[in-house]
Design a protein around this ligand. Structure first.
Ligand code: FAD
Length: 398
């Protein structure tokens, strides 16, 4: 693994840092820093700034709009985003369906969708999970029946993040029930404005509306919106899940959270001193920092393997488990560090136009919301129990 910084890497780091200082909108930075979900308008505004610079999709091949960066440059970029509290792009377009389209889509699909993903003109959502088909995703029941040049889709998806903002949904549907369940699935791109699609919001523990149920009632989808071959959708679905799990560790963001924690312990009073004098609490902060460093090196090894053209096996599962466990422990510690000011759920008051004075110091607004949302981190993207099953099968041969 060679990830030492050469002179040109250091110059690149300075370039990224300067760009973020000059171009990251203050409102986007502040919301992200507090762990609040981005507003659609703000996310799109920021993503267009990244795209204008040509930096929206570092992992894409250059021919489709990627940057051609080395593993070291990608690492530097991710670190600088985290350091500056700059949100990475919403994953559903750039990190999930985009790579599926340029890897398995036809030329017409590439021409139609890829530029619009890069420029955030289409907002995508992910239609995988169904009631009863989450971990056992291949058991999904949403049906697509061929009728001339269309499929007619009927069924339901659930836990569909940000579907209320979406222009398009990439969906796994059943096109054959005769053989093994994995063999009868197809991958469709569906316009959310198509008649027959309805949404029902699910309000999360954090009181925000990010999740939805999506219902399909005789929804006509042109056959040309299918990616690849009919009944081969499971292959494309698994490719996408592998990509999702590698980006879910959010190491740079956890580093930023440790910095926040270290700021807070200098300001929170305890027993006539400060929280930073409390050895028990600081032991927990130090332990999590050590765990994060170990995870970072695991990620670096993985990036280096990808660069060397090696095929990944269980590494994304490992990153997903450890990354999400650290995120959860960190937001728990952030809340704990705030004492009684951690409890009131104030974040939305300040950000959604209320004129009530929030309780507690400014740095107390946000951690509780993020702590509650991240309870889901060990579930979404494939639960951590399922990731352990993958590791036990692929690494231990159980
Ligand atoms: C905040 C959030 C956002 C999400 N966003 C999306 C989205 O945008 N699009 C989308 O398609 N889905 C989304 N999901 C759904 C997510 O992928 C599923 O919740 C997840 O795959 C688990 O499925 P499930 O909820 O049906 O739980 P189940 O599969 O019913 O699992 C219940 C419990 O049993 C355990 N379990 C199940 N099977 C096994 C096994 N074989 N071995 C050991 N333990 C097992 C699980 O780990 C879990 O603890 C989201 C979920 C959340 C919470």
């Amino acid at each position: 693994m060679d990830l030492s910084f050469r002179d040109e890497d250091i110059a690149f780091q300075a370039e990224v840092r300067e760009f973020l200082e000059k171009n990251l909108p203050a409102d986007v930075k502040d919301r992200y820093d507090r762990g609040l979900h981005p507003k659609k308008e703000a996310a799109v505004r920021w993503q267009k700034i990244l795209n204008d610079k040509g930096w929206i999709a570092p992992n894409w091949p250059v021919e489709y709009g990627g940057t051609g960066w080395t593993a070291t440059q990608k690492y530097i970029f991710a670190q600088e985003l985290g350091r500056a509290s700059a949100p990475p792009p919403i994953p559903f377009g750039v990190s999930m369906v985009g790579p599926v389209i340029y890897t398995f889509g036809n030329q017409e699909q590439k021409d139609q969708y890829l530029p619009r993903i890069l420029n955030s003109e289409d907002w995508w959502c992910q239609g995988y999970s169904e009631p009863g088909s989450g971990s056992d995703l291949a058991s999904l029941q949403t049906k697509a029946v061929r009728d001339g040049d269309d499929y007619v889709v009927n069924g339901q998806k659930i836990w569909t993040s940000h579907a209320q903002h979406a222009d398009l949904i990439f969906c796994l549907v059943r096109t054959d029930s005769s053989g093994k369940k994995q063999e009868g699935i197809s991958f469709l791109l569906i316009d959310m404005k198509t008649p027959g699609i309805t949404l029902k919001p699910i309000i999360g523990l954090d009181k925000e509306h990010t999740l939805n149920e999506v219902f399909f009632d005789d929804v006509r989808v042109p056959v040309k919106n299918r990616i690849g071959d009919e009944n081969k959708g499971w292959t494309y679905a698994k490719f996408l899940l592998g990509n999702e799990r590698t980006s879910i560790a959010r190491i740079a963001q956890s580093k930023r959270h440790i910095e926040r924690l270290r700021d807070i312990v200098k300001q929170e009073r305890l027993n006539g001193g400060y929280l930073e004098d409390d050895r028990d609490f600081m032991r927990k902060v130090n332990q999590i920092e050590v765990d994060l460093m170990a995870l970072e090196y695991t990620e670096l090894r993985m990036l280096s393997s990808i660069d060397a053209g090696k095929k990944l096996t269980a590494e994304p599962s490992l990153l997903k488990i450890k990354g999400t466990e650290i995120q959860q422990r960190l937001t728990e510690l952030l809340v704990e560090s705030l004492g009684m000011y951690g409890a009131p759920y104030e974040a939305l008051k300040k950000y959604e136009g209320s004129n009530e004075m929030p309780v507690g110091p400014d740095y107390a607004h946000g951690p509780m919301a993020e702590h509650l949302y991240l309870k889901a981190a060990s579930i979404y993207g494939g639960s951590n129990e399922i990731q352990r099953n993958i590791i036990s099968k692929m690494v231990l041969g159980l």
